[in-house]
Each structure stands twice: as structure tokens, then as C-alpha cells.
Design a protein around this ligand. Structure first.
Ligand code: TA6
Length: 287
């Protein structure tokens, strides 16, 4: 394996000592910048020049081997949610991934590729393309002789101006599991507004989701391919207070819109089969 510095690209890709002394990669393009930690192949920052960061990061996040980073884009694999005696949301976000590629693309975007060190069946590769938008792709290949069942999710935390004023659209008419009430419901509203904890697992949807944010005068677009589940989450007041790596007031400035394949949408790959989950994050100014 090459040394990390061999992946540097002057003016575009640099290896830095990040928070907690962890190894991180800083990416600069003519339109945007980003940061990715080897811990969890975790994108902690993405922003277009002249605009507020697109991703939320908690000011209380841990940056420590074996602990999840709170914010950005946690890579969730091979299970979503709690598991008795096992880490919540799987082990991929706790692992130190290997950087295997860094490329300056002809259009000026930068593409990094990470590989999860083998931990049982399944080869897992994560690609990050930083340019006018942020494109993230999680590719799972069944490299074993048995069927491989798993869940995946790109658990993205978005930076917003005021939770009371945003509107999330794109999920009208989609059935969801409400993890706060435990009910199976169908979203009959045109938009989701927030006035308490929201934790919803929408199933069988490949729709683009829009986060309309009047406080920051922009709309964030979450476009996805190969994902049939969308999770919408804000912890609100009480849950925020129970999270040591999350500020009591930080719920005001974030919302998670997560793209994955979980629950009824969890895939099973036959030997040699491959599944790609692709998400593109973009923003447009509100008139
Ligand atoms: O995606 C929403 C959710 O499953 C919530 O229930 C909440 O637990 C959140 O993920 C964060 O989970 P974490 O394990 O990162 O604290």
C-alpha cells in the first residue's frame, strides 16, 4: 500500500492532522472544499465557496479511534440502528479505512476512494467526489460463497439556519415507520415541519428530497440512486440533552436526511453480486 502522502495532489489534496490528532484529507476545488477522516471514511466538511457549510458538525463530537464522529456523513454498514451488545449503526463508521485512490478529474473535481479493511464477508468501497456538488457512493460486493444480507445508510447531517423554519419535501404519500410513536404511517403532508423529535424511516422511495432553509436563504437537494429508504431525524430537546457528543441547543441548527437501504429495503446479494448506493448533495439559492 502506498504511503498516505503519495495521494496528495498539490493545490487539491493534502493529508493533514485533524481533530484529536486523527489523520484527515483536505480537498480543495475551484468551487468547494471538503474534509474526510480515515476514521469511518467520514466526510466531516463540505461547502461551496462563499456559502455556509452544507454539512453540520457537532462542536462536541468525539475524534477518537473506535468512537463515532457526530455530524457530517457517517457511513452506516452492515446494520442500521441499535444491535444488542454491538455498536449502534454497525462497525464501518468506527473502523480506520484505507485511502486507495486520489484523482483530479478532467472537469476539476477531486475523487477519493476508500476501502474498508476486511471484517467478515463483503468488500466495501466508499468514493467521495468533491466538485460543484458532493457525490458519495457506497459500493458493497459479495466476495463470499454465501448470500450476503446487510443494511447501508449514508447518515448525513445537514447544516441549517433554524429548525423551526425549514421545510423538507419529497416524501409526500410515502409510507414510513415513526420511531418516536412506533406507528406505521403514510405521509399525507406536502412538507415536513419540525416542532418536536422527528425520527422517521421512509420505505420504498427513491425520491429527491429538498430541505428548504429560509434562514440561510437556500435549498439543499439530496439526490440519490440505488437507495430505497430515506430517514429524516432531528433529536429535539430531550434527546439532545442525552447525547454527550451533541450540544443541548445544536438540534436548532441541523437535520438529518439519510439515504440508504434499511428494514424492508435491506438488500441480499448473491455471491459476486454488487450494490451501489449513490447520493449527490447540492444547494441552490432561494430567490
Ligand atoms: O437515523 C436516526 C437514528 O437512528 C436515530 O434514532 C438516532 O439514534 C440517530 O440515528 C443517531 O444514532 P447514533 O448511534 O449515531 O447516536
Amino acid at each position: 500500500m502506498n504511503t498516505l502522502n503519495s495521494y496528495e495532489i498539490p493545490g487539491h489534496v493534502s493529508i493533514i492532522e485533524g481533530q484529536g490528532g486523527l489523520c484527515a484529507i483536505r480537498i480543495e476545488t475551484e468551487w468547494s472544499s471538503a474534509e474526510v477522516y480515515l476514521l469511518g471514511a467520514h466526510v466531516t466538511r463540505f461547502g461551496k465557496k462563499g456559502e455556509a457549510p452544507l454539512l453540520f458538525m457537532s462542536g462536541l463530537s468525539d475524534f477518537q479511534a473506535g468512537k463515532p464522529i457526530r455530524g457530517g456523513v457517517p457511513v452506516i454498514y452492515p446494520w442500521f440502528g441499535p444491535r444488542e451488545g454491538l455498536p449502534s449503526h454497525g462497525f464501518a463508521r468506527l473502523a480506520e479505512w484505507d485511502l486507495t485512490e486520489s484523482t483530479l478529474l478532467p472537469d476539476g473535481a477531486v475523487r477519493l476512494v476508500f476501502k474498508l479493511p476486511p471484517n467478515g464477508p463483503g468488500e466495501v468501497v466508499f468514493a467521495v467526489t468533491v466538485g460543484r456538488t458532493l457525490v458519495i457512493e457506497l459500493v458493497v460486493t459479495n466476495d463470499g460463497a454465501e448470500d450476503l444480507a446487510f443494511e447501508t445508510c449514508l447518515h448525513t447531517y445537514f447544516n441549517i439556519g433554524d429548525i423551526h423554519r425549514i421545510e423538507v419535501s419529497g416524501l409526500h404519500g410515502v409510507r414510513y415507520i415513526d420511531k418516536v410513536s412506533g406507528e406505521q404511517l403514510c405521509d399525507s403532508h406536502d412538507v415536513i415541519r419540525f416542532s418536536g423529535e422527528v425520527d422517521r424511516v421512509y420505505q420504498d422511495t427513491d425520491a429527491t428530497v429538498e430541505i428548504r432553509d429560509p434562514a440561510l436563504k437556500r435549498a439543499i437537494l439530496v439526490r440519490k440512486n440505488g437507495s430505497h429508504s430515506t430517514i429524516v431525524w432531528n433529536p429535539w430537546i430531550e434527546k439532545s440533552k442525552r447525547m454527550p457528543d451533541f450540544g443541548d441547543e445544536e438540534y436548532l441548527k441541523m437535520v438529518c436526511v439519510e439515504s440508504g437501504n434499511v428494514g424492508d429495503n435491506a438488500p441480499t446479494l448473491t455471491p459476486g453480486d454488487q450494490s451501489t448506493l449513490r447520493v449527490e448533495l447540492d444547494s441552490v439559492a432561494l430567490g
